[in-house]
Design a binder for this molecule. Structure first.
Ligand SMILES: Cc1ncc(COP(=O)(O)O)c(C=O)c1O
Length: 438
């Protein structure tokens, strides 16, 4: 174990980690482009964008420079009663690329808090109009963060079972996840729509529907068809229920369009953004909503105001990072890179399939590719040893790289994965044969 990892082991407690069984953490000293480097100088190709936050590669000088300049100008000021240029400019820039109806921007700090804000706003929207609507609809497998509200609507993700005593009630819908060549997709979608119709029939106190559009991240990059989501949105809208799109993971190009909502063809009442918002440099989040929602909070009474805020709300350094990241995202070279990554994924998945890697259910949306391993393997260590930073979700292996990743790097990674999986499956066969003999 390296000394940094040893020092860490003495003091630190890592997220989503069973510390008793955990391997020593990778001691990462620096990052450049699509790679991070450990304290021995070994390079790891970051194929998961560091928990899906990094867009343009690590330590990107253009973003670093803007943060530095902003730090010398204004590092922070409270956002209740004050404003500043980077916050306003960021919202102006985002408004220009979002659907016209999304005109109000509320800052918070991370994916969980921007979802929490959307839930509270949706609830209070009805409350301010004299309606009590304590219910939300969300999908099985949906993950929306770790704060109590976000856990309540993510109750069926399997991540938060310990805390279920705290949850408010959320109604869950089956999620028709699909993959290449899935012959059962229509059937699953029809079943989900039928379940939705039944919920809408039974309950009249629903504030909002919450969904990760097109790709459920944490439950294993589970993908659904845009036409299905459109049908869901139309149905709930007909019942005057608000719609929240959680694009914390899918936003900023991940699904091939700047936002997944473009492919769904619907404008939600709330859009939750974080992760890629700052290009992966600083924590920052936005809940974007409509004039209709905003207006429902305008009143002579304080009780109708939205009482929510965090100390670091709209931090100027984070806003400066987000502006720099947006410049990079809109560059033609980045848009080309997003298309090239999609194409390289296609070729990579084909390589795995033709090479008979032990996988099923390949799927691809924009820059996100995923598949299931048919035999449970502890492949993560082998991937790491081979210089690939990947963090499988149970039996799902997914690749969601920064846009700085070249097709050659990506295809090289697929070749390594093919090799590792094929070797691992041979190992399993041998072990099984041995066990049978005994
Ligand atoms: C779709 C989605 N929403 C919300 C969150 C929570 O974000 P954070 O971890 O920044 O609180 C995540 C995190 O993975 C996510 O994928």
């Amino acid at each position: 174990m390296t000394s940094l990892a040893l020092r860490d082991k003495k003091l630190l407690w890592h997220p989503f980690t069973q510390e008793k069984k955990a391997q020593p953490p990778l001691a990462i000293c620096r990052g450049e482009g699509s790679y991070v480097y450990d304290d021995t100088g070994k390079a790891y190709l970051d194929l998961i964008s560091s928990w899906w936050v990094n867009l343009h590669g690590h330590a990107h000088p253009a973003i670093a420079k803007k943060i530095y300049e902003q730090a010398l100008t204004l590092e922070h000021v409270l956002f209740a009663g004050c404003t500043h240029e980077p916050a306003v400019q960021l919202c102006e820039r985002l408004q220009a690329i979002l659907p016209k109806a999304l005109t109000r921007f509320f800052f918070s700090d991370d994916g969980s808090t921007c979802v929490e804000v959307a839930l509270k706003m949706a609830y209070q929207y009805w409350h301010n109009q004299g309606q009590r609507r304590p219910l939300f609809i969300s999908f099985d497998g949906g993950y929306h963060g770790d704060t109590v509200g976000a856990m309540s609507v993510g109750a069926h993700s399997g991540y938060h079972d310990v805390f279920k005593d705290f949850f408010f009630k959320s109604l869950s819908l089956p999620y028709p996840d699909t993959w290449d060549g899935d012959a059962t997709v229509e059937e699953k979608e029809q079943a989900a729509l039928k379940a939705l119709d039944a919920l809408l029939e039974q309950h009249d106190k629903i504030s909002a529907l919450l969904v990760e559009p097109l790709v459920q991240g944490a439950s294993g990059m589970r993908m659904c068809r845009p036409s299905f989501l459109k049908a869901v949105v139309e149905r709930v809208r007909a019942h005057k229920i608000l719609v929240i799109f959680d694009e914390v993971m899918t936003g900023f190009g991940r699904t091939g369009t700047t936002f997944a909502l473009e492919q769904v063809g619907c404008v939600p009442d709330f859009l939750c953004l974080s992760k890629g918002l700052t290009g992966g440099f600083m924590p920052l989040a936005l809940t974007v909503t409509t004039a209709d929602v905003y207006n429902a909070f305008l009143s002579d009474s304080w009780d109708q105001a939205f009482f929510h805020g965090h100390s670091y709300t709209a931090n100027p350094l984070a806003c400066a990072a987000a502006l720099a990241s947006l410049d990079l995202l809109q560059a033609t070279s980045t848009q080309n890179a997003i298309r090239a990554i999609h194409q390289a994924h296609k070729e990579g998945l084909a390589l795995l399939l033709t090479g008979n890697a032990p996988i099923v259910h390949t799927r691809l949306r924009g820059t996100i590719a995923a598949f299931e391993l048919t035999q449970p393997h502890q492949v993560r260590q082998q991937l790491i040893q081979n210089g690939l930073l990947i963090r499988p979700l149970d039996d799902t292996l997914y690749i969601l790289p920064p846009y700085s990743t070249t097709p050659e790097e990506l295809l090289g990674a697929y070749r390594s994965i093919q090799h590792i999986l094929t070797q691992a499956s041979r190992g399993t066969e041998k072990k099984l044969a041995f066990r049978v003999k005994v």
